[in-house]
Design a protein. Structure first.
Length: 280
């Protein structure tokens, strides 16, 4: 009985959240980008935008109105998704002061500590371990400043002897054996070693972790690849996103969410790649 009551409460809360988002979208249509910026900034950072403070207040006004008054209105992504995408892009770029600010913003809008940790962990197979470790230093510093006890609980779900099996079970339906085929014929069959590492590490060690579902992980990979500018791999992961249930609209909005942090050239290239995949 208690479980049923708890479930009903969660459903009602979810409906209220949806209604709040819809109302906000309707309100946004009647507001200027400056008003939207001020409201969004307050929710994200618990402070005031457009204060004219500092040596470069003009630059800050341009970026704040653009990011929080315009980009944040594109598509139906919620604030949690937008901040996780932003944290991912800033991790890839190693813009650590901005990363810290957006880790705080993510926590302010309801991203859990474990979701944040998994967001940064997910970057490792794509950007390497040194950059990922740098981002984790900032993450854990921020946790301690906010009184969040570390280390967080483990979210690993696989045993050492099942990394390949569990990783393959995720990888194969989404991407098949395209990497193994692409690397075949290298000396001493080393391409097979690399494709095996990809299955075991990227999918076995990371995709199998709890804390984020596969749909979220794949959407974050979009952010990683938009930021790195790797459009060939991006096309493959756009197809993967569609297979796990992410919509064309959310994929497009995720790409655009990266735009203030990566610039127009990378974003436009990514949108062209998405359009190509969508047209198949």
């Amino acid at each position: 009985m208690l479980r049923k009551i708890f479930t009903l409460i969660l459903i009602v809360m979810g409906l209220q959240t949806c209604a709040y988002a819809l109302n906000n979208n309707e309100e946004d249509k009647n507001m200027t980008r400056t008003e939207i910026c001020i409201n969004n900034f307050r929710e994200l950072f618990k402070g005031e935008a457009l204060t004219n403070a500092g040596d470069d207040s003009e630059m800050m006004a341009i970026l704040q109105k653009y990011i929080f008054g315009e980009v944040f209105t594109i598509g139906e992504l919620n604030f949690k998704q937008r901040e996780m995408i932003t944290v991912t892009s800033l991790t890839v770029q190693q813009t650590l002061p901005q990363l810290k600010a957006h880790i705080n913003a993510a926590l302010n809008v309801g991203v859990t500590p474990i979701e944040l940790r998994e967001t940064i962990y997910q970057c490792a197979p794509f950007i390497g371990f040194p950059k990922t470790l740098n981002a984790l230093v900032i993450l854990n510093e921020t946790f301690k400043e906010r009184g969040i006890k570390t280390p967080l609980k483990s979210t690993a779900t696989v045993e050492e002897n099942e990394r390949y099996e569990k990783g393959f079970a995720i990888q194969n339906p989404l991407y098949g054996d395209e990497i193994e085929k692409a690397l075949s014929g290298l000396p001493d069959d080393m391409g097979k070693d690399v494709s095996g590492f990809l299955t075991e590490v990227c999918f076995g060690d990371f995709y199998t972790r709890s804390g984020l579902d596969i749909k979220t992980r794949e959407l974050l990979v979009i952010s990683i690849l938009v930021t790195t500018g790797n459009t060939n791999t991006l096309k493959s992961h756009i197809e993967g996103n569609l297979k796990v249930g992410n919509t064309k609209e959310d994929i497009t909005a995720a790409i655009i969410q990266c735009m203030p942090y990566v610039g127009f050239p990378n974003t436009i290239s990514a949108l062209k790649a998405a359009k190509e995949v969508f047209s198949k």
